[in-house]
Design a protein around this ligand. Structure first.
Ligand SMILES: [Zn+2]
Length: 454
């Protein structure tokens, strides 16, 4: 069984690592399980035909609905990136003042970006996807079965419990996938960790407790009031799945309280539009308030003043407009996508604002903007940064340190071994020491490609 055949993301060297699939007999794989539709967890599924793997791809029914769009857009993006590399037309998005330190690793444009699969491969793997309900076992081979538990990270996300027979013993391992916060505004809370022998878990926020109050309606409402009073626009760089829906939901709440100040809201990413539509159709997966609304037949994501943007022409028209507006556009790190032309149109005027919701990747333009960039270069030219910059850290779809510990502490039983596999080294080490000290559980920090004997 393969779990989360995802993409490495980051520097061009990280991206080259995607070409090296794990050295296993892929024709012998019984199932490929996907915890959720973020590309770092599913983005290499298109390589399966080339590897000779025609196993079932198991995921929740919501993830099964999202995967075709995610994989097609990933294939398109790979082809586009190669084309941009060949023609020297890659998007420009960098800080020029203060001048960045000399790069120690190859930058985008210096190494040929890999094309891992094409649209035909995607069409092929779409037939292998099997959506599963939460919490019910599915046998994938004699003596081997799997079930999914809600991870509350994005709609449809799951942790994967695997059970197999060893003589007359049953062994169980749980893979957390990405875990959401304990009590987010939009998604229901996670069920407790079941009793297992071993937990493989993420540690993204192993170092941090997140100030969740900054993701409340009050903080966003204050930003809107300020920007509206100046007659400005608010640009929110977001990724399509997760944070975009959190901000969108808060805007819907504010709209119902008549606190949008006449601003139009544009959601400028087709996948984010689709994900928002799915929320209203799955009340059973929602937190109490949006669930109550959805069950009463009111879509918690719909409101007057919401406009959905489906193509580049419409997006450019929105960017050329001047009326007060909130624009949600990707990418969340300001390194590509429609957010760049919106940025070019408003970054050099101080009546506008840019809202950073959650974490920014070091090295990205978004990170540079948050840390005092005075001037930036985009395809359209060099711009002085005059727009207000706002950081609301609470918009994170990831459990923080307290949530991760609480999840282990609230387990259904047993004393599982804990393996931390996803997160930066400092986060892993910090989380490992509190798990050992506070919970008394054994913790391992394997290197990539390590084998863990059970
Ligand atoms: Zn994720």
């Amino acid at each position: 069984m393969v779990i989360d055949f995802g993409l490495f993301q980051g520097t061009p060297l990280d991206e080259r690592r995607n070409l090296q699939a794990p050295d296993i007999d892929w024709s012998d794989v019984d199932a490929v399980v996907v915890t959720h539709a973020h590309v770092d967890h599913c983005g290499r599924l298109g390589m399966l035909p080339g590897l000779g793997c025609d196993a079932d791809i198991l995921c929740t029914t919501v993830t099964a609905d999202l995967l075709p769009r995610v994989l097609k857009s990933s294939a398109n993006l790979q082809a586009m990136r190669l084309d941009e590399w060949k023609t020297g037309t890659a998007p420009v998005a960098r800080v020029v003042d203060p001048p960045p330190p000399p790069a120690t690793v190859p930058q985008r444009g210096e190494i040929e970006p890999p094309v891992l699969y094409g649209m035909r491969d995607v069409e092929h793997v779409l037939h292998q996807i099997r959506g599963m309900p939460y919490a019910s076992w599915r046998t994938v081979a004699p003596g081997l079965r799997v079930r999914l538990h809600d991870a509350s990270h994005i709609l449809g996300s799951a942790s994967v419990e695997v059970e197999w027979e060893e003589g007359d013993r049953r062994r169980r391992v749980l893979f957390s996938g990405d875990l959401g916060p304990d009590a987010g505004p939009l998604l229901r809370s996670r069920p407790p960790l079941p009793e297992v022998d071993l937990v493989v878990m993420e540690s993204t926020n192993g170092l941090r407790d997140i100030p969740r109050a900054t993701a409340g309606p009050q903080a966003l409402g204050e930003v809107l009031a300020r920007v509206a009073a100046r007659g400005g626009r608010l640009l929110v760089p977001t990724f399509s799945l997760g944070r975009a829906q959190l901000v969108h939901y808060r805007l819907a709440e504010l709209a119902r309280q008549d606190r949008l100040h006449g601003m139009t809201v544009y959601v400028d990413t087709p996948l984010a539009v689709r994900a928002a539509e799915m929320i209203g159709r799955h009340p059973e997966l929602l937190a109490a308030e949006p669930r109550r609304m959805a069950e009463a037949g009111a879509d918690p994501m719909e409101f007057d003043g919401l406009h959905k943007v489906f193509n580049r022409r419409h997006s450019l028209k929105v960017a050329a407009g001047t009326s007060p507006a909130v624009i949600l556009a990707g990418s969340g790190f300001l390194d590509a996508g429609p957010v760049l032309h919106h940025l070019a149109s408003l970054v050099s005027e101080d009546r506008h604002a840019i809202l950073f919701a959650g974490h920014q990747l070091p090295g990205s333009l978004g990170h540079g903007m948050l840390h005092g960039a005075r001037a930036i270069e985009l395809k359209e030219g060099v711009f002085e940064v005059k727009a207000e910059r706002v950081h609301l850290e609470g918009y994170s779809g990831h459990a923080d340190r307290g949530d991760l510990l609480g999840w282990l502490r609230g387990r259904a039983g047993g004393s599982p071994r804990v393996v931390l596999n996803h997160g930066e080294q400092r986060s892993r080490e910090a989380l490992a020491s509190v798990i050992r000290d506070d919970l008394g559980l054994p913790v391992e920090l394997p290197a990539a490609n390590a084998t863990i004997p059970l």
